[in-house]
Structure formats: C-alpha cells, structure tokens
Ligand binder design. Structure first.
Ligand SMILES: [Zn+2]
Length: 501
C-alpha cells in the first residue's frame, strides 16, 4: 500500500461581532495565548505535544503512517471581524500550499467555526468551499472545530467530516484533531459517510456551557454512546457573540445511511429541548459579588468577570468589578489579567518596589468605561513569557508582553492585580505564579474568563461565581442587539437571574 499524503493547515478565529478591534494579518502573525503564525515544518515542530487540534492530528497521523504535508497554521486572539486583507492573504497561503503539495490523498483543517470576516459572515464555510474547489470532489476533506463553532450547512456540505471539541474548558483539543485520523483513513479507503445536520432552536450563553455541569455531562455522553453503534455524533454549543444566521448550538451526525444519521440528530436535539430549563444562566450582580466576598471561607472564592473575557473578544480592561471591590473595601483580592500596556509601561519605568499613580483599565475605547485611578506599589515585573502549568494549555507558552504585578495602596480594600501588554484570557494559575503571586493565598480571585479558568482554578476554589460586570462579550443575551441571529434565547434566561446587573 502506498503512503497516503495528507495536507494539513489551520486558520482559527472566534469572532465577537460586538468587539472593539478587528483581527488583521499582524494579529494572526503574532504570538498571544497561542503561538504566532507557523509555516511548513514549523506547523508540526512548534506545536508538538501541545493541546492543539493540529498537534493531535499530526501525532495520530504519524502513528498510522500518513505522510503529512504541513502548510500553515495561525490564530488570532478573539476580537471583532477578521479583515478582508487578513482573510484573503491567509486563504491564499493555505490554498497555494495545498496546491503545491502535489498529489494528496486528503486534507485536514484546524478551524474554529465562529469566524466572521468583513465580507463573509460564514468564514469557515468560505474556507471549506475554497479548499473543496481546489482539491475537487474526490479528495476527502476533514476539519476539527471548536465546541463554540456556529456550524453552517455550507461547512457540513464542503467537509466530509467535522469533529468538534466535547469539553469546555477545552481539554480535548488535541484529541479532537486526532479523531479525524481514523475517519480520514476510512474515507480514503472509499467509505462514504451520510450526514445529518440539525440546529438546536435556542442560544446558550457561554457561562452556562461549561461541560462540568450535570446537564452537559449528560449531553456529551451521547456521542460516546452512539460511537458504539458506529455513528459519529458531533455537537457544537455555538458562540453567541458572532452575529450570524447560523449562530447557536447544533449537531452533525455521520452514519452509514442518511436515515440513521437523521434519527440520531433528531434524538440529540430532542434532548437539548427537553433539558432547556436546566441551563444555569445565573450571574451575580456587582453588589452580590462584593457581598459574597465577606463570607469566611477556608479556600478562595473565584469571581469570573465573564463578560470581559479576552478569549471571547472582550477588551479585558473593564473596571466594573475592580471599582466595586474597592468601594466595598474587599480584603485579600487577586485580579487578572488587565490588558493595559500603558500601566505596564509606567510600572516598568518606575521599577519594582516603587509607588506609582496609575489609571487602570478602560484604554481600549469600549464605550462607558472609566479607568480606576489609584496609587499602586509595583510588586514585580515580567517580560510576559509565561509557561502554562494548567491542564488545558500545559506545555504551551503565553505571550503577555511587558507585565506587572501591582498592589493597591492607601485604601481600605486589599487588591493585587496583574496588568499585561497583550490581551490574554486569565485561565491558568501560571498567569499569576509566573510573576510571583500565589493564588491559593488569597481570599478572592477575580479572573477575566468565562469558563476556561475552571480547569485550573476550580481545584483551589471553595466557590465559583459568574459575575455580571460590563464587557464587550455580553452573557446576558437579552442585552445584545443582534441583526442576523435567527435562534431564540433559552427560556431559562428569561429568569431574573440573567438580568441582574
Ligand atoms: Zn471555544
């Protein structure tokens, strides 16, 4: 048997249509919470061992003896739309690489599934359409998608198989990439998979999507159960800030017949509908958040500033929670990560141990935000190279830019916080420990993250609460002015818990 040649490429963006800044080519070239743009052999060497879909695919492909032709991999921190220039440039590099690969037996793409560009509402649908056009109908094309993919019928049509993460926090990214390998083998061997695609009729806010909950634990048992019947069931929960007609949860099912696939898709969507009222969309108001910090606990309480998550296109510089905790005189608080290059620069100029007047946050231009002006002691400075230690990203490196650990002084409240020069989601304890701060020693830990922080912070926390504070990533879906989204809000979110401010 001749060695099968597989072209692989990755182009990831999760688009928050309500974000402040767009993703241009530079954002895809630079390193952030993930590596910078990788070409050719770097795609494999610089992602090896990481929890990334393409790394999982490459490792599994090697094991089965595929010859992998790495083309390109890039991602940008979630933000507003991908610019046309970035999209066209990157697509061209990918397509040229695939064409230049010579004879290929298959294509694997590492995509997100919630990319919106200036010109294409369905970024991944367009990427898959172009790749399909380039390789023709006979060459199998498979892709892995994020759990937050807003799957469209175009994506389903142009790919022979889509694998989708089954965890949030995303602990199974590499595993999801690897899942494409045996399917690709079957497709290359000539098997055809019948598809069924079915949307779930309501949106699910991201803070209610974490798969550690009983509800999603049950839902994600379905793919495992169907796998025993040789049926591939893939479920996406959707990304609510991409304003696109296909935004929302859905399932894609692959089976030996269209009838079987459709029946399983129907069963999955029926489960979503029957469990709709079990969604936990609750958030604490700022008043409640400050109040819960007063309770004595043996371990820290984690307050998640869910609407200012850089990893969902938030600016990571809103000050609502910080201001409320200062006003409440809250003790022994740790906060991160504030995207504030200006304050980081001032702290670096002042030096460790210095006292500086800073205006923290509100630099991104998000409407209605005001900086918190106060005096801070510079506890520590860092160059922003942070090696992750948590389960989700362990083995990878975060690039934070110039970083500073700061302590509020001259106030009743006791607050230490980390400011960075590049926008990163606070999801790993290393974001604090790399600069000398020990999260376990605080009573309150505030993270600008929606759910990924749970993987590394839940083990040290007594309680975890989502807090409703201003941000560019609204989890209170009733407040979003959608133009294109077709699905309705979940019934449970009409409850007052979702409307607390
Ligand atoms: Zn995601």
């Amino acid at each position: 048997m001749t060695t099968k040649r597989i072209a692989i490429a990755g182009f990831q963006h999760e688009t928050n249509c309500f974000g402040v800044t767009k993703a241009g080519l530079h954002e895809f070239e630079m390193a952030d919470s993930w590596p910078g743009m990788l070409h050719d052999g770097q795609v494999i060497s610089d992602t090896e061992g990481m929890n990334l879909p393409i790394a999982g695919f490459a490792a599994a492909a090697k094991e089965v003896g595929f010859e992998v032709i790495p083309v390109l991999w890039c991602s940008a921190e979630p933000s507003a739309h991908v610019t046309d220039h970035a999209f066209e440039t990157i697509c061209e590099m990918m397509l040229n690489g695939i064409r230049d690969a010579g004879h290929i037996d298959g294509v694997y793409l590492d995509l997100h599934g919630a990319m919106v560009t200036e010109s294409f509402a369905d970024g991944e649908g367009e990427i898959l359409r172009r790749v399909r056009e380039a390789v023709g109908p006979e060459v199998p094309v498979v892709a892995s998608l994020d759990l937050h993919a807003n799957v469209s019928s175009e994506m389903v049509e142009h790919a022979d198989y889509l694998s989708i993460f089954r965890t949030y926090p995303h602990l199974d990214m590499a595993e999801t990439g690897a899942r494409c390998v045996p399917i690709l083998q079957r497709l290359i061997a000539g098997e055809t998979l019948s598809k069924a695609f079915q949307p779930v009729p309501y949106l699910i806010p991201l803070h209610a999507q974490h798969t550690g909950s009983a509800l999603f634990n049950e839902i994600y048992q379905m793919p495992v159960r169907f796998e025993r019947q040789e049926i591939l069931a893939e479920i996406a929960l959707g990304f609510t800030a991409a304003d696109f007609p296909d935004t929302g949860p859905s399932c894609v099912v692959y089976a030996s017949t269209a009838q079987k696939a459709a029946a399983v898709a129907e069963e999955i969507v029926t489960l979503f509908i029957s469990r709709e009222t079990d969604l936990d969309c609750s958030m604490l108001s700022l008043v409640e958040a400050v109040s819960t910090c007063r309770q004595k606990r043996k371990k820290p309480v984690v307050l998640a500033d869910v609407q200012d998550n850089a990893g969902a296109g938030g600016t990571s510089d809103t000050t609502g929670l910080l201001a409320a905790l200062i006003e409440g005189g809250t003790k022994n608080v740790l906060m991160g990560l504030f995207h504030d290059p200006e304050s980081a620069k001032q702290a670096h100029e002042a030096g460790e141990g210095a006292l500086v007047e800073l205006a923290i946050g509100a630099k991104s231009g998000l409407a209605g935000q005001i900086s918190v002006r106060a005096e801070f002691e510079v506890l520590a400075l860092g160059d922003g190279t942070c090696r992750y230690t948590g389960e989700m990203y362990g083995g990878g490196v975060a690039t934070l830019g110039k970083t500073a650990a700061l302590r509020l002084v001259g106030q009743e409240a006791e607050i230490d916080l980390v400011v960075t020069s590049l926008r990163n989601q606070c999801l790993d304890r290393a974001h604090f420990t790399h600069i000398g701060l020990t999260p376990e020693s605080y009573s309150v830990i505030c993270v600008k993250s929606t759910a990924h922080f749970r993987a590394d912070f839940e083990p040290i926390a007594r309680d975890v609460f989502a807090v409703s504070s201003p941000g560019a990533f609204l989890c209170d879906l009733e407040r979003i002015s959608y133009k294109c989204v077709a699905r309705r809000l979940p019934n449970t979110c009409n409850a007052s818990t979702c409307r607390q401010k």
